[in-house]
Each structure stands twice: as C-alpha cells, then as structure tokens.
Design a protein around this ligand. Sequence first.
Ligand SMILES: C[S@@+](CC[C@H](N)C(=O)[O-])C[C@H]1O[C@@H](n2cnc3c(N)ncnc32)[C@H](O)[C@@H]1O
Length: 253
Amino acid sequence: MTNPNVETWTRANAEYTDERAEQAWAADEITWGVWNVPEAEVHALPEVAGKDVVELGCGTAYVGAWLKKRGAARVVGVDPTPAQLVTARRCNEKFGLGLEFIEAFGEDVPLPDDSFDLAVSEYGASIWADPYKWIPEAARLLRPGGELVFLCNSPLAVICSPDEDLPATETLQRPQFGMFRFQWPDSGIEYHLPHGALLRLLRANGFEILDLIELQAPAEAVTHERYSYVSAEWAQQWPAEEIWRARLQHRSS
Ligand SMILES: C[S@@+](CC[C@H](N)C(=O)[O-])C[C@H]1O[C@@H](n2cnc3c(N)ncnc32)[C@H](O)[C@@H]1O
C-alpha cells in the first residue's frame, strides 16, 4: 500500500511543485515560508561555506540548492516521494550544482552517524515525519556542534484552523493539549507539537535551542493563492510559521 504522504506529494508534484521548481532553484535570495521572509532579515541559518548539509524532506530541493550556491561542501537531499526526487534531479542536472539525493523517510535515513554539520528542513520532515523519530535521526546524522534548522507551522495557526482547506480563524478550534498527529481530509499525515513538547524533545536528543523565530507577514503581503490556510491579515497579527534553530551538544544515547 502506498504511503499517504507519498501519495499526497506525488499529486502535488504533478499539480504544482514540478513547474515551480526551476524558478525556485534559480532564485538568488534565500527566503522563508509563505511570505518569502528574507533570510537576511531573520538570520536563521549558520554560515554554510565548507559545511556538509542534509535536507530532510527536501522535496524539489531548492533549499539545498540555495545552500550549495552559498558554498556548502556537500548537500544531500532526502525525500520519500520519487516524483519529487525526479524534479530535484532534473533541476540539479540543469543548474549543475552537484547535490546528492536519497529516497527515504525522515524517520529512517540510510546515512551514517556524524556525517553532517547542518540538517535543514523547510516544511519537509519538520511537519510530515513523526518528530519522535526524525529528530533523533537528525541528531544521529549531525556531528557534535552541528545545527538543526527547520521551518514549520506555528501551533497557534494549527489550533485556530477549522481544517486544512479553511483559513485560520481568530478563535481556538481544537485543544492544544495532546496535539501531535493530524490527518486532514484528502491529505497526508502531518505532525504538529506544542512548543513545550518540541522543546523537551529537542533537549532530550542533545540539542540546545538557539532561537525560535516567529515569521510575520509583511505589511504589503496579500493572501497566497495556494497556501490560503492562513490569510495575510491573520499572519500580520499572529505567527503562522516559525523557524527553530538548535545546536547538537552531545548525543543522548
Ligand atoms: C512541502 S514539501 C518539501 C519542501 C521543499 N522545501 C519543497 O518545497 O520542495 C514536503 C516534502 O516532504 C516529504 N515528506 C513526506 N513525508 C515525509 C517523511 N515522513 N519524511 C521526510 N519527508 C517527507 C514529501 O515527499 C515532500 O516532498
């Protein structure tokens, strides 16, 4: 039986991610999230020149491409959806950036311990993989002192969303206590933890938290045509997306 996330992302690749990939690979500026907040404003990433990078749930891998263009020594994109990797490989060929790709889930990555200086995820493993499995995997793959940077939805946006197709409201739609695994209608399985649980999970896996950057939609933002789960007006007032930055101090086991 096909995995529901692979099904969802095979469909998404045919509907929109494939056609947008080359433009994203070509972009000079690193930006974050629905509102394209510039990395130059938020400073979520460490210096990557000469570093080994793994992208967990790379999709079409434009984030990995941006990091390779900034001098990363090695970038490996990991994703379970073959169609997404076909697009990533095509772009890699076209842009000649020398990324490597592996078909795998973020919960179980066939790469050796201690092989990377940075693990990154932009709405990849960070929302589509079980955090109690992918965060230990990220810790295993990183060298001590390595960093984990990931973008996900804020718990507040999830709590205020009636369902995946309707925009976040200004009222609480579901409990925060117990939030973890979400299967929205017609979609794959997402994972969203409250801040306390995520913070404890990171610390239990040897990470110290360096930053939690709550992204704000800029004043001129308009509601995104595809990612309309949150309106621009909502995201100007409350954080809909957030970037976690953590450093591996030691291996927990
Ligand atoms: C929003 S896309 C990735 C984002 C990437 N930055 C992009 O836009 O191309 C989500 C990706 O997560 C992948 N994915 C789904 N389940 C996963 C899992 N369990 N572990 C890692 N990646 C997963 C999907 O195959 C998909 O390519």
